[in-house]
Design a binder for this molecule. Structure first.
Ligand code: 2P0
Length: 351
């Protein structure tokens, strides 16, 4: 009896232009396009093994070794059903193919990032799930097509199907068929860019992204302005900056968009606060670091960005990594009293 099994892994991505808000919560269609950098480090990945077997009685998932529920009609069940549908299409055209779409699945997924990294795992997790099923089912499907399915697991997951610099085009179709991830540039295009992840706190966040962003959609007037008048131009300009390897422009837009994302969170009723005092102190440090460079006739050397939590990601060029790490360690020493609230997780090349 042949064994039908495949393993795939997918990395974490960090957005420069932030996704925040859905126009369709079931299909996970965003209110604006977004753009991210996929981190290219072995210890920031989810790895998923999927196995199909006629002897299995039900679809079953293990997350980090523990059984996890596959809720009927939930996001996971939707992704699995969509992948089975694609496999069934392959089988209907080739009668000799084994009927894998009819077999139940056992899926096992591990995140290898330290819990202290405080990084969201859903993006890497759903991307790895979809990639492993695509391999198991031997689907002739492009990463963009797979991103349409990963998106229905968690919006940001669609961007983790590509390495390098990735845009999630919001699309306009009501069925979500054009809401896909596309590659802006491969990782090799700009190997000098690095991301430093500064763990300010590994507490579970107060307001989940899913609930927080819908509260913003319902109550923030600033979000409307952002969607219509800000993001489209930023998407164009940052894509151009990436293509031209223009770090100064890339950094400026990345910081502006992090600031605006946290502004719309604050403009939500009741307001959502993701940054804390340490996050704000890191912002001040990066602003000062850039000011010294610009006043000496240079350009921006670093960009901070924050997601739905207090941890900082600092983008910089390879030549500045050492200097920034020593500044952070100097101003945020990891003394005993501070150890739990601030840790430098590491530098990760994206190229
Ligand atoms: C992003 N975030 O673009 C933004 C920036 C958080 C802040 O994508 O509801 O976990 O599963 O689609 O993907 C977090 O949102 O939300 C997120 P769902 P998701 O990376």
């Amino acid at each position: 009896m042949p064994v039908y099994q495949a393993t795939a892994s997918a990395p974490v991505n960090i957005a420069c232009i932030k996704y925040w808000g859905k126009r369709d919560t079931k299909l996970i269609l965003p209110t604006n396009s977004s753009l991210s950098v996929t981190l290219d480090q072995d210890n920031l990945r989810a790895t998923t093994t999927s196995r199909a077997d006629p002897k299995f009685e039900q679809d079953q998932l293990w997350l980090n070794g523990k059984v996890d529920e596959i809720k009927p009609g939930g996001r996971l069940a939707t992704c699995i059903a969509e992948m089975k549908k694609l496999r069934a299409q392959v089988e209907s055209g080739s009668p000799n193919e084994p009927k894998l779409a009819e077999f139940k699945l056992h899926i096992s997924s591990f995140n290898n990032f330290p819990t202290a990294a405080g990084l969201a795992s859903s993006a890497a997790g759903f991307a790895a799930l979809v990639a492993s099923l695509a391999a198991l089912y031997q689907l002739p499907t492009s990463p963009s097509e797979l991103s349409r399915i990963a998106r229905q697991g968690s919006g940001s997951a669609c961007r983790s199907l590509f390495g390098g610099f990735v845009a999630w085009e919001k699309g306009t179709a009501a069925d979500g068929s054009d809401s896909l991830a596309v590659e802006v540039a491969p990782r090799e295009h700009w190997p000098d860019i690095h991301a430093l992840i500064c763990v300010v706190s590994d507490d579970k966040k107060g307001t989940s992204s899913t609930t927080g962003m819908q509260r913003t959609v319902e109550t923030s007037t600033l979000l409307e302005h952002r969607i219509k008048h800000v993001v489209p131009e930023r998407m164009r300009a940052i894509s151009e900056a990436i293509k031209a390897r223009d770090f100064d422009t890339f950094a400026r837009i990345t910081m502006q968009d992090s600031n605006q994302f946290h502004s719309v969170a604050l403009d939500t009723d009741p307001p959502i606060f993701y940054l804390n005092d340490v996050s704000r102190a890191i912002i001040a440090l990066i602003i000062e670091y850039n000011r010294v460079s610009v006043e000496a006739g240079g350009k921006l050397k670093a960009a901070y960005t924050y997601d739905a939590g207090p941890n900082a990601v600092i983008y910089t060029l390879k030549e500045n990594v050492k200097e920034i790490v020593s500044l952070i360690v100097k101003y945020f020493p990891q003394t005993d009293g501070f150890k739990d609230t601030f840790g430098l997780f590491g530098s990760t090349g994206v190229g």
